[in-house]
Design a protein around this ligand. Structure first.
Ligand code: B12
Ligand code: SF4
Ligand code: SF4
Length: 346
C-alpha cells in the first residue's frame, strides 16, 4: 500500500525534477471518516470562520485554465505564480499523501469607503486565519488517528484556493472571480488545513460549464461594468496588469502614465468589483481582527505616507498586509494619489 503511494508521488514529477521522497508514511485510515470530517467543519465554525467544508484532495480541476491564464501573460510581473505553477497541479507537494482539505472562509472586518482595501484593514489576515486554524489543529489532534499530519495554508502554499473552496462547498464563483459565500458575501479570505487522513467529503469536482455559467449572478454584470480599468477578460478571469489591486500591491517599479491616472487615489488594493455586488451584505460583519480602531484603517493620508522613510515604513506597517506593497511601492502609490488629487481636487 505504502509503496504504491510512493510510486504515485514519483509520477507527479514526470519532468524528472528530483524531489525528496516524504520522510513519513500516512497514518492508518480512520474507521469513521465521516464523523471526523463533520468534527473538523464544526470545530472550524466554532473558531469564527464564516464557512467551512471538506474536499477530497483529488484534482485540481482548473489547472489547465490557470495555465492558459499564465500563458496569456495576464499575471504581469507576478513571476512567482509561474514558478509555482507545476506544484499547483496537485496537493502532495504541500503535504505528502494529502488526502483531504478543510477549506475555510474568514469574513474580514470593517467596511466603508477608504483608500485601503478591506482585507488589509486591521490584523494581517494571514495571521488571523493561521492562528485560528492552528487552534483547530490543537482541538482535532487528540481525536484524530495517531501519526496524522496537518498543514495550514493561507495564501502561503501553491494552491488554487478558490477552486478548493468551491469544491469544498463554501460558495460559488461570481463573474468578478470572487468566491462568494451566500450570507457572508465575497469579503472573505480563504485558508486551508491539509491532512493525510481521508475525511468524509462529498466533493465531486464541479462541471466547468456549470462554474462558468454564473447562475447565481444571473443577468447582473455590475462588477464587470464597474471595474475602473475594464480589467476583466472572459469572466471570471481578469488581466492582472490592468487591475488596481495588482498595480498598487504587486507591481514593482514606476507607474506608466495611464496607470497613475487609473489609480483614483487608491493606496493599497481595490474593492470596486465587490462593493457593487448585490451578494455583499450592506452592513458588513466585523468579527474581531483589529477591534474598534483597526490599524491599518480604511483611509491613510497620502501626504503622510509619501513622506515616510524606510525605517518608519517598517515600524508602521510590519507586520500588516500593507508590508506586501514594499516601501517604494507604497510611497509610489501615495505620490501618485497626491499628484492626481492636486490636479483634480474633486
Ligand atoms: C494572484 C492573486 C491575485 C492577483 C490576480 C487575481 C486574479 N483574479 O487572478 C491580483 C493581485 C490582481 C489579486 C487581486 C485580488 N485578490 Co488575490 N490572489 C491571488 C492568488 C495568490 C492567486 C490567484 C490565481 O491563481 N489567479 C489566477 C486565476 C486564473 O485563478 P483564480 O483567480 O484562483 O480563478 C479560479 C476560478 O476562476 C476557477 N475556475 C475557473 N473555471 C473553473 C472550472 C472548474 C471546474 C473549477 C473547479 C474552477 C474554475 O479556477 C481558477 C483557477 O483555479 C490567490 C491565492 C491563491 N493561492 O489562490 C489570491 C486570492 C484569490 N486573492 C484574494 C483577494 C482578497 C484579492 C482582492 C479582493 C484584494 C483586493 N481587495 O485588492 C483582489 C480581487 C480581484 C479579483 N476580482 O479577483 C483572495 C480571494 C478570496 C475570495 N473570496 O475569492 C485570495 C483567494 C487570497 C486568500 N487566501 O484569501 N489577487
Ligand atoms: S479589484 Fe478593482 S481594478 Fe481589479 S478587477 Fe476588481 S474593480 Fe477592477
Ligand atoms: S456584481 Fe453581479 S455579476 Fe458581479 S459577481 Fe456580483 S452578482 Fe455576479
Amino acid at each position: 500500500m505504502i509503496s504504491d503511494r510512493l510510486i504515485d508521488f514519483a509520477q507527479m514529477f514526470p519532468t524528472g525534477a528530483r524531489r525528496k521522497p516524504p520522510r513519513h508514511s500516512p497514518p492508518e485510515p480512520p474507521p469513521d471518516p465521516e464523523i471526523l470530517g463533520r468534527m473538523a467543519v464544526s470545530t472550524a465554525m466554532a473558531h469564527g470562520f464564516a464557512a467551512a467544508g471538506i474536499l477530497a484532495a483529488r484534482g485540481p480541476s482548473s489547472w489547465a485554465s490557470f495555465r492558459s491564464w499564465l500563458d496569456g501573460g495576464s499575471h504581469g510581473g507576478m513571476e512567482w505564480l509561474e514558478r509555482d505553477s507545476e506544484p499547483r497541479r496537485g496537493f502532495s507537494e504541500i503535504l505528502p499523501f494529502c488526502a483531504s482539505i478543510l477549506s475555510v472562509a474568514y469574513a474580514v472586518p470593517g467596511g466603508g469607503a477608504g483608500n485601503i482595501a478591506r482585507y488589509a484593514r486591521g490584523d494581517d489576515y494571514h495571521r488571523a486565519v493561521r492562528s485560528r486554524l492552528k487552534e483547530v489543529v490543537s482541538s482535532l489532534r487528540p481525536r484524530f488517528p495517531s501519526g496524522t499530519h496537518f498543514r495550514v495554508a493561507v495564501d502561503t502554499a501553491p494552491l488554487l484556493e478558490r477552486e478548493v473552496a468551491l469544491r469544498a462547498g463554501l460558495g460559488f464563483i461570481g463573474k468578478n472571480g470572487m468566491l462568494i459565500v451566500p450570507g457572508a458575501g465575497s469579503h472573505v479570505v480563504l485558508g486551508e488545513l491539509l491532512t493525510d487522513v481521508p475525511l468524509g467529503a462529498a466533493s465531486a469536482a464541479p462541471d466547468p460549464s456549470e462554474v462558468l455559467r454564473f447562475d447565481r449572478c444571473g443577468e447582473c454584470r455590475a462588477c464587470l461594468d464597474g471595474c475602473p480599468t475594464g480589467a476583466f477578460l472572459a469572466p471570471p478571469f481578469l488581466d492582472a496588469r490592468k487591475c488596481l489591486s495588482y498595480l498598487t500591491i504587486e507591481k514593482r517599479g514606476p507607474f506608466e502614465p495611464w496607470e497613475r491616472e487609473a489609480l483614483g487615489g487608491k493606496l493599497f488594493g481595490c474593492d470596486v468589483c465587490q462593493d457593487v455586488c448585490p451578494w455583499n451584505p450592506p452592513v458588513p460583519p466585523s468579527p474581531g481582527g483589529g477591534g474598534d480602531r483597526p490599524f491599518p484603517p480604511a483611509w491613510l493620508d497620502p501626504a503622510g505616507v509619501a513622506e515616510l522613510d524606510a525605517a518608519e515604513f517598517r515600524r508602521t506597517f510590519f507586520p500588516t498586509a500593507l508590508w506586501r506593497a514594499t516601501y517604494s511601492g507604497l510611497v509610489r502609490n501615495a505620490r501618485a494619489a497626491l499628484e492626481t488629487s492636486r490636479r483634480d481636487p474633486s
